[in-house]
Design a binder for this molecule. Structure first.
Ligand SMILES: Cc1cc2nc3c(=O)[nH]c(=O)nc-3n(C[C@H](O)[C@H](O)[C@H](O)COP(=O)(O)OP(=O)(O)OC[C@H]3O[C@@H](n4cnc5c(N)ncnc54)[C@H](O)[C@@H]3O)c2cc1C
Length: 410
């Protein structure tokens, strides 16, 4: 049976391009099908936490527009404080640039890419897999679905269960030159205003990316919250914060986009088809961060596919196992911490504000020096108390979300 490639990858976001780079660099033939044409705008804050530097196998610093070491925190626009880290925490980029660099590296390593080719689904036969598109079909030995939040590949092989949908609104705002300079190394983070959501401002070279995210059920309230967030940045909260005095000149690309979140161990492959990144629901339920997990899962997918194609493994089972072991354990822990946060947002806000321990732990997680699972480990022999607290917090958090969904900000 002749095939178009050993591996077909649907989607040239971070998950797809990193998987393609890893495979093509090792001499495996890769065909990427990408529905858009690059460079393309992607709704995303495009904040890369420092820990991602250990994972991307080449230097991408050319696309870093700002390096952030300061965070201005507020809780529902009140109790504002700022914290400065001696070391970089987050690198702000734009996705059109980042994704173009990742894809270029994959192509330079030998991957082929077809733009404007949207995968509609996949069919598995005994000797090959076939990706169907509007213009025809492409055959390969294995398929990686890296086709984002609505994954046609994931849907067509039934790998979408256990995915909850979050939602985020975001826009690119041009602002006055003084604010652009004053906040060039600063992120604004407002949390605790409503259950499971927060607002952010990420500085870029010539504008700010401003967004809000939370449970999809709260989409309408989130737009109200977005407007309040802009007002807070412009004129401050009338009650107790000083105005930041940011003057917004123009708002571009205000859009919402789903954030798929999986919070329990699941299957990430079916026979010879795998899903990675957003297609697998691999985003942090606490923060919505997904690029790091797209890169990690892209690499794990490449490892499993290579081992299968080279005959070292009889199946792709290792992929599901490694995603569950290495990523889902961490993401389920993040979800537990989200419940705890939703139960006591003000207390946690004060912990980060008043205690160096709280702030240092926050920075270490962003830098990859600590992980969410360390919170549980910190309880030692009392770990069961943490589990119990999380279960209670989940109930309180769900009740708060329902209440907010019914009553909004009133
Ligand atoms: C508003 C917002 C802000 C965010 N901010 C951050 C942030 O600051 N930091 C962070 O780490 N994460 C952030 N995220 C999450 C992050 O955007 C995603 O987790 C990340 O893009 C996932 O990468 P991916 O490669 O899996 O999918 P994507 O980046 O979505 O890439 C999928 C690719 O597949 C293509 N495609 C889609 N369907 C098909 C198809 N059927 N056939 C072929 N091609 C297809 C798309 O065009 C796209 O190029 C944010 C998300 C949102 C919505």
């Amino acid at each position: 049976m002749t095939t178009d490639a050993d591996v077909i990858i649907a989607g040239a976001g971070p998950a797809g391009s990193i998987a393609a780079y890893e495979l093509a660099s090792r001499g495996i033939s890769v065909l990427i099908l990408e529905k858009t044409r690059f460079p393309r705008y992607k709704v995303c804050g495009a904040g890369l936490t420092h820990k991602i530097l250990q994972e991307i196998p080449f230097d991408v610093s050319e696309v870093f527009e700002r390096t952030v070491n300061t965070i201005i925190f507020s809780s529902g626009f009140r109790d504002v404080f700022s914290r400065v880290s001696a070391e970089p925490l987050i690198y702000c980029t734009m996705r059109d640039k980042l994704d173009a660099v990742l894809l270029d590296k994959a192509v330079a390593a030998g991957a082929r890419v077809l733009f404007g080719e949207k995968a509609d689904g996949v069919r598995q036969e005994k000797d090959f897999t076939e990706v169907l598109t509007r213009s025809g079909s492409y055959r390969s030995r294995t398929v990686i679905g890296a086709d984002g939040a609505s994954s046609a590949i994931g849907r067509s092989v039934g790998l979408r269960d256990n995915i909850m949908t979050g939602l985020a609104w975001e826009a690119e705002l041009t602002v006055d030159a003084k604010s652009l300079e004053a906040f060039s190394t600063t992120i604004f983070l407002d949390w605790g205003a409503f259950p499971g959501g927060y607002g952010w401002m990420f500085p870029k070279t010539d504008h700010f990316s401003i967004g809000v995210g939370g449970p999809a059920s709260l989409s309408k309230a989130m737009m109200d919250y977005y407007n309040k967030f802009i007002e807070y940045l412009e004129i401050g909260n009338r009650i107790d914060s000083a105005p930041f005095g940011i003057s917004v000149h123009e708002t571009r690309s205000l859009k919402s986009w789903p954030i798929p979140v999986r919070v329990r161990t699941s299957r990430f492959h079916l026979d010879r088809v795998l899903v990675a990144g957003d297609a697998g629901g691999l985003t942090d339920p606490l923060t919505g961060e997904g690029i790091y997990y797209a890169v990690r899962s892209g690499k794990l997918a490449a490892d499993a596919v290579r081992s299968y194609l080279e005959g070292a493994s009889p199946s792709l089972d290792a992929y599901t196992e490694s995603v569950n072991d290495q990523l889902m354990n961490e993401l389920t822990e993040a979800n537990r911490i989200k419940y705890i946060f939703n139960t006591a947002p003000k207390r946690i806000h004060r912990f980060v504000s008043d205690s160096d321990r709280g702030w240092r732990a926050f920075g270490k997680v962003l830098r990859g020096e600590r992980c969410y699972a360390d919170v549980r480990k910190g309880f030692g022999k009392w770990k069961f108390l943490w589990g119990l607290a999380c279960r209670v917090a989940a109930l309180v958090s769900d009740a708060r979300e329902k209440h907010f969904s019914a009553h909004g900000f009133k």
